[in-house]
Design a protein around this ligand. Structure first.
Ligand code: NAD
Length: 328
């Protein structure tokens, strides 16, 4: 059992999911949290004065050794990543995140950390299972034979494999989640690393504020995805961390929508209708992807309970505040 004073390290604590995880751990009464990120603390989405906030580059082994010392649990959420616009154009940078996970696993092994969580991705799934918008939801075994997303997906699959072998060979307890499109407030919404839900909110808000009622959509809008609200993701992550599930498992929603339907939802929230311009040469990722949640329902009785419309409304409101704050 975890003691509330045990040290919990959140690597990538300045990022979207890491920030929400730190916030949740504090709410649960954990008093010894170390959050680490390569960004200056002033640029973190969420930071808290009672947390040991450290700015370090975790691609460096020494930095990983420094932060892992005395830790009971490590949540590895640090990665150089972003939405399709980033990962399709920065494959080498994405693969360099394998340094972060490798060094942190070594540090966790050295210091006898009790549990290690690794944030993998639906991008590990084989491309030939995602060629149609009428998808069969992806179950965990669909990652093999391996043909993941180039760059980012290979790095995640390698990271999963490292966790498995550190567990088998060195007895380090590792837990691996395959996240499917996590969205919500306090995340990236501009600058080129944002993902579809935040990008669509930003574009709709920009159209509303400027009075120019049109929107650019990447691809033909018929591509399908499922989106997981951040609170559901955090709940699933913590359940998984403290479970007996040793193999990688999906943490995702199974509510499948087209990108056009996602735009419909955001238009409804904003109370406007926009002319849609489809950019067929923009990065668009796989044709269709959904999460099969059979395994996680069986093993952890977890399922997301935030409706896409509700999660998007909260995300929209937060991005609206950011954009109008910038204007004032
Ligand atoms: P994020 O970009 O908001 O957070 C990642 C954080 O890692 C960033 O703050 C970044 O500055 C930090 N980082 C990058 N390189 C670092 C380094 N060398 N040293 C220290 N910190 C470094 O992304 P997120 O959405 O919070 O994702 C968290 C994790 O979940 C990542 O591993 C990501 O690949 C994975 N994931 C996320 C999603 C999603 O939809 N958000 C989906 C699948 C997997």
């Amino acid at each position: 059992m975890m003691n509330k004073n045990d040290l919990i390290v959140v690597a990538g604590g300045g990022g979207f999911i890491g920030g929400h995880l730190v916030a949740r751990l504090r709410q649960l009464g954990h008093s010894h949290i170390r959050a680490v990120d390569c960004k200056p603390v002033g640029e973190w989405y969420q930071s808290f004065a009672d947390v040991d906030n450290q700015q370090l580059d975790l691609q460096e082994k020494d930095a990983c050794m420094t932060v892992a010392k005395d830790a009971t649990e490590i949540y590895m959420l640090a990665a150089d990543m972003g939405g399709m616009g980033f990962i399709e154009n920065n494959r080498a940078l994405c693969m360099l995140s394998s340094l972060i996970n490798t060094h942190m696993l070594m540090a966790a092994k050295t210091y006898g950390v009790s549990r290690y969580f690794y944030s993998s991705s639906a991008c590990v799934y084989a491309a030939d299972k995602q060629t149609s918008p009428e998808v069969v939801a992806l179950k965990e075994s669909d990652a093999y034979p391996a043909m993941p997303e180039d760059g980012y997906g290979w790095e995640k699959l390698f990271g999963e494999r490292m966790c498995r072998h550190f567990s088998e060979d060195f007895g380090l307890m590792t837990r691996v989640a395959r996240y499917h499109n996590v969205y919500g407030p306090n995340g990236t919404w501009d600058g080129g690393r944002e993902k579809a839900p935040a990008a669509i909110c930003r574009k709709v808000i920009a159209a509303k504020l400027s009075g120019q009622h049109q929107i650019e959509i990447w691809g033909d809008g018929q591509q399908t995805r499922s989106f997981t609200y951040i609170d559901d993701c955090i709940k699933g992550t913590m359940l998984l961390m403290h479970s007996a599930v040793e193999e990688p498992i999906n943490i995702g929603s199974s509510q499948l929508v087209t990108i056009n339907q996602l735009v419909d939802i955001v238009e409804n929230i904003a109370g406007i209708k926009l002319r849609r311009n489809y950019n067929l040469s923009a990065p668009k990722g796989v044709r269709g992807r959904n999460s099969d949640n059979t395994l996680i329902q069986q093993r952890l009785a977890w399922q997301p309970d935030t409706r896409l419309e509700d999660g998007m409304e909260r995300t929209y409101r937060w991005i609206y505040e950011q954009m109008t704050d910038q204007l004032s």
